[in-house]
Design a protein around this ligand. Structure first.
Ligand code: GAL
Length: 437
């Protein structure tokens, strides 16, 4: 277990150190508010009333189903509490994060909200707007059931700010099994194989690669997996710590590979979201889709079983990881109901209800694998044996402002196709964030 996320944490630790050095001093919590600083891990009695507002971007099939499964458990325990499911649609939090920031700074916070484990928390000025959850971790014994290195990833400025509900994998190649079988093809393991397979499919009038880039994060997501395959786990991690320079010729190789991949994509990609693109596979009109494993949850919700899965070419043995957690807003209106919700989110029952539907594996180490489908059981094995690298698009590898610039550069690249210009901007963004010289 320690090998798993050790490399991820060491990469992040360096970034955190750099950022801590550059960041303005955190606003101290007034000593007159001890309960807001360290909320007691109380749980309401079953007769609890009032509300619980949970904010997320989980509106698509699978992700909404997982959240509802956890809501159902909560309602059983606290039938009189009214749950407000505050969602802002848009994959990867494209729209939700901005709305959340406005609500936090405007003094109108939801009680709990979705937050990626890792450096994303920096965006919300945790010392000012979030409740540290250290005492909840202690009372729930979470130090024993979450992997040690995940626990380190969740710590920012010496406090826990979120309760992890899952682990997702970003570098998955989903494919339509029938399309592959009918054409005598095997899922590609290298980019050379990928382009051969893509040519064969194109010749048959099937869209080789489906992608939707409507929400502005999907190109960055796909490209981070190409970076991993081209630079390897260590080389990729180094991009976020300054150990690998973005001027490395392999970054240009990755950009060229991505550019070529897009010549095999559906022409309507800029109008589609990630799930809109995945529909191409369901309809048998498209062959391959690179996306995180929330796609597994979405396929389950569609009752679609004709899909296969493989690591993105060149990334076998590497797990591009991210974790969703739930955070608590300072000034939450329903403190006891909120603490009960977080306790459920971190519990075995909560995670076993949520993850098989969500298309993710538990953050806890004691979930029953038999509750999970074949893909998720394979993800569990990979999580415990692969090299782990942090996803940038999903909050783990870099602070939000760097991740945003990275995504913007990829979107400009998608329209302009200028490899040298994109590489220069990527290096500059590393310099601007104080990580590269
Ligand atoms: C990720 C998030 C996943 C899933 C995905 C698509 O950022 O961690 O849980 O929701 O976006 O929306």
């Amino acid at each position: 277990m320690s090998r798993k996320m050790f490399s991820l944490i060491s990469a992040l630790a360096i970034v955190v150190l750099i950022l801590t050095a550059c960041a303005p001093a955190a606003t101290p919590v007034p000593p007159t508010q001890p309960s807001a600083q360290q909320p007691a891990a109380t749980q309401p009695p079953a007769a609890a009333k009032g509300k619980l507002e949970m904010f997320s971007w989980w509106t698509a099939g699978g992700e909404a189903d997982g959240l509802n499964a956890m809501f159902d458990l909560y309602k059983k325990a606290y039938p009189k509490v009214e749950i407000i499911n505050a969602t802002v649609a848009g994959g990867a939090g494209t729209n939700a994060k901005a709305v959340l920031a406005t609500r936090l700074t405007g003094g109108d916070p939801p009680d709990a909200f979705q937050l990626h484990a890792g450096l994303e928390v920096e965006k919300y000025e945790p010392a000012k707007y979030l409740q540290p959850l250290d005492s909840l971790y202690t009372s729930q014994g979470w130090d024993k059931v979450f992997p040690k290195d995940l626990i380190s990833l969740l710590k920012y400025q010496d406090h826990f700010w979120g309760v992890p509900v899952n682990i997702h994998r970003a570098n998955v190649l989903w494919y339509n099994k029938k399309v592959f079988d009918d054409n005598g093809l095997k899922p590609p393991t290298t980019w050379d194989e990928f382009f051969k397979v893509a040519d064969a499919l194109k010749a048959k009038g099937i869209v080789p690669l489906v992608i939707g880039t409507k929400e502005g994060w999907e190109a960055g997501h796909t490209f981070e997996t190409v970076l991993i395959s081209t630079l390897g786990a260590d080389g990729y991690k180094g991009l976020w710590t300054g150990k690998t320079q973005w001027t490395d010729p392999k970054v240009a190789d990755a950009l060229n590979t991505y550019k070529k991949m897009m010549t095999y994509a559906n022409t309507d990609y800029s109008a589609l979201t990630w799930d809109g693109a995945a529909q191409y596979l369901v309809d048998g009109k498209g062959a391959m889709h690179i996306m995180g494993d929330w796609t597994d949850g979405w396929f389950i919700s569609k009752k679609y079983t004709g899909y296969g899965y493989a690591p993105v070419p060149g990334t076998a043995g590497v797990f591009d990881a991210l974790s969703d957690s739930f955070a608590a807003a300072k000034g939450a209106k329903n403190q006891d109901n909120l603490m009960a919700w977080l306790a459920l989110a971190g519990s075995k029952a909560g995670q076993e209800a949520f993850n098989p539907k969500k298309g993710s594996i538990c953050a806890r180490t004691d979930c029953d694998p038999k509750l999970f489908d074949d893909y998720l059981q394979s993800a569990m094995k990979d999580w415990s044996s692969n090299a782990i690298v942090p996803s940038v698009v999903h909050g783990a590898a870099a602070v939000e402002k760097w991740a945003t610039v990275y995504k913007d550069i990829l979107n400009t690249f998608a329209t302009k196709g200028d490899v040298a210009a994109a590489q220069k901007s990527l290096q500059q963004s590393c310099v601007d964030n104080g990580v590269c010289k």
